[in-house]
Structures are given as structure tokens and as C-alpha cells.
Design a protein around this ligand. Sequence first.
Ligand code: T4K
Length: 405
Amino acid sequence: MEKRQLSDLAIFGGSPLFDSPRHVGRPNIGDRQRFMDRVADMFDRRWLTNNGPNVVEFEDRIAAITGAPHCIAVCNATIGLELLFKALALSGEVVVPSFSFVATAHALQWLGLTPVFCDVDIDTHTLDPTSVERSITANTSAILGVHTWGRSCKVTALQEIADRRGIRLIFDAAHAFGSSHEGQMIGSFGDAEVFSFHATKFLNSFEGGAITTRDGALADRLRSMRNFGFAGLDLVTSSGTNAKMTEISAAMGLTSLESMNEFVATNRKNYELYKVLLSDIPGLHLYELPHGEYLNFQYIVVRVDESTCGINRDDLVEILLSENIFARRYFYPGIHEMMPYRSDNQIARAKLPITELLTSQLFQLPTGTAMSEEDIRRVVGLLAFIVGNGSAASKLHAQTAKLAS
Ligand code: T4K
């Protein structure tokens, strides 16, 4: 239903704009027949997991795309991060942004490491090297950067700090497959990088991830530790876990790779359309991506300036939800506000002003192959209507919420 007055909004009793949800993170599905053929071959071979031919081919393809000499596919990025911390024998503290998905810190905490949260840069939303420098202590064993929204960290500055302080530099590249830093594909920076191929990523293997590195000895350790520490048929040479990617996941990954250019082109087209349409709405600012880099455009990130819009991010997102637009608040709250990390809350907050700002103002809109141009025009049309009536919508929302409670 198109909106003419505030009472037309679903939250105030009108019908939702969409009759089915429009999600952030709706999976892109490639050529179904190619996937089915791969599954049939897999059944014929009766080889379902443990370094099967699909996994080996998937690893080769990722290594070729990223330019990293070694790729180790894993069951998901969270386990991939844990495996990497173990293989690097990290200890004590690891400097990490609070502005990330909780998995980044959980992977550290799960292994008994202490995440030390530092702030991000206002423009890139990635680690601020000055804050990193301040967070390093005698107990720090590594810096863990996150290439947020598929945009690279300030890799050179971080590498310089890591080298000077004699610590490791690794990257959570969960968002960044297919992106580059100064023209070089993400995947071979630092000691190693970890990608995610979760269903919600623009390129998916249902669940899945991959660790890429230039370090051959590290790659050998990771391969063995991924498979319980086996180094031969009956030979276990280290501790290990089960982090293996299955053949059916790799079949999906391979099929997705065949459509990767198409997915990126669709994301880019959607981003450009959102950019043009949102530029007419005062107070809503689309996250600016850098020029001259490869990017996957998989997140549409918008910042709400309440003083201009007259409505805050949370009320806006609630109104969108009721219209069947499942906008997300990545990342909210900051990890330093979540359990089990929030004990030193006051101290953490004071250290993280940009994180505090971003976690209260950002939201993400649906994109990917499941969104049509018409869908995007309707989403932005609705945003223009809400912001155009921002303070009135906000007041009415507060009254309605009060009545309901
Ligand atoms: N580091 C960073 C920086 C990350 O962002 C992530 C994951 C990781 C590490 C860890 O990677 P993995 O271990 O997952 O490989 C989602 C994803 O689950 C998570 O992978 C992702 N980042 C994070 C940013 O977003 P949720 O809790 O919002 O996911 P979920 O399952 O609720 O899905 C989000 C939306 O997507 C839903 O509202 C509906 C839609 N959806 C989801 C699935 C699974 C579909 O339409 N179809 C589907 O099959 O965390």
C-alpha cells in the first residue's frame, strides 16, 4: 500500500508496503542445474567430506581469485578464525574492533584469548591505527583487523605497527571476498585472512569459510589442525579439531563462484540506484565506498542523522520492519556492550566514541539478486515519506508505544 498520510503506515494500522519480507542477507542462488549436477557427481563418487574434489577445486579457485598462494576451506569463518589463532599460537591479548559482528570477539574469547577493543575510523568504519597503537600492551600477541562492509582496513599502517611491535597481523575478511586494497585482492595481507561464505554473504556455500595465507608452513599446520591434527593415515602430530568443509558446501561455493560477476554487478547496480535515490533525502547518508578498488557492494549501509531527519535510527527501523522491510542494525550494540565483555563498560565506552556513534546511527537495507529495481524504488519512496514526516512519525510512534504498554 502506498503511503499518503501517517495512519497509512503499518505501525499505525495501515497495510504493509510489501506483502512478503524483503531481507538483508537474502542468499544469492546461482545456476541450480549446475549445483544439482555437482551433487549427483558427489553421490556417484560417494565422497562426501574430508578434502574431497569439490573442496580442493574450491580452494584452488579462491587462491586464484585472491592471489594468495594457500587456501584452506573450513566449515565457517568463526571456526576458521579459531583455527588460525591456534595455529599461530596466539596468547594473552588481541587488539580488535568492537564495531564488528560478535563472532570476531567470540572466536578469541572461546580460545581463552582476551579481546581488547579499540575504535574505528569514522569514514571507513575499519580499525583506527591510533587507537590500535594505544591498545597494545606487553601482553598483546596480535592485531585482528576487520575489512568491514568489504572495504579494506588501513593495511599498510597496521602492518607497520605490527612489525614494529613484533606482533601478528591477521584479518577477519568475512565481508571482503572479491574486494581489493590498493588494487591487490584481499587474501594475502598480514599473516593470514579469513573469509566467510555464510548464506547471507554475496557468495555462499550455505555455511563455509576459507583461510588464505602466503605462509606455506602455516598453511600446512592449518590443514592438519582442520582434520584433528592428522598428518598421515594413522599419524597425529598436533592437536586439532573438526573444521572441515563438506563436499555439498563446496559444490554450492563452486556454483556461486560461476555467478560471482553477475552477483557483484547486481549489487553494484543496486548500490548506485540507492545512492541516487537516497541523495534526495536529507539526513540519510549512504556509506561511501572508495573509488578505484574491486568491491563486492554487498551491504547497503545508511547513517541516520536524527537532527536532520527528525526521527532516530531505532524508530525508523521499527517502522520499516512493520512494512515488511527487514532492515538490520549491524552492528548493534557494539561488542563491548555485549556479554561476556561488558564488565568494564564505562572504560570501554570512553575509549570508543566512533563505535558508540556508528552503533547508534547505522542500519542496512536489502540488496542482492532477490531485490528488484522496483523494490528498491518503493523502499526509498517509503523512507522519503517517513523522513518527510520525521518528527510527527516519531511522536506518534512514541504515543502508540505508550498506549500499547
Ligand atoms: N566476522 C564478521 C565480520 C562477520 O560479519 C561474520 C558473520 C563472521 C565473522 C562469522 O562468519 P560465519 O561464521 O557466519 O561464516 C548474519 C550471519 O549469520 C553472519 O554470517 C554474518 N556475519 C552477520 C553479519 O549476519 P544474523 O544473526 O543477522 O543472521 P541470520 O541468519 O539472522 O540472517 C540474516 C537475515 O538473512 C535474516 O533476517 C533472513 C536472511 N536469510 C538468512 C538465511 C540464513 C535468508 O533470507 N536466508 C537464509 O538462508 O547474522
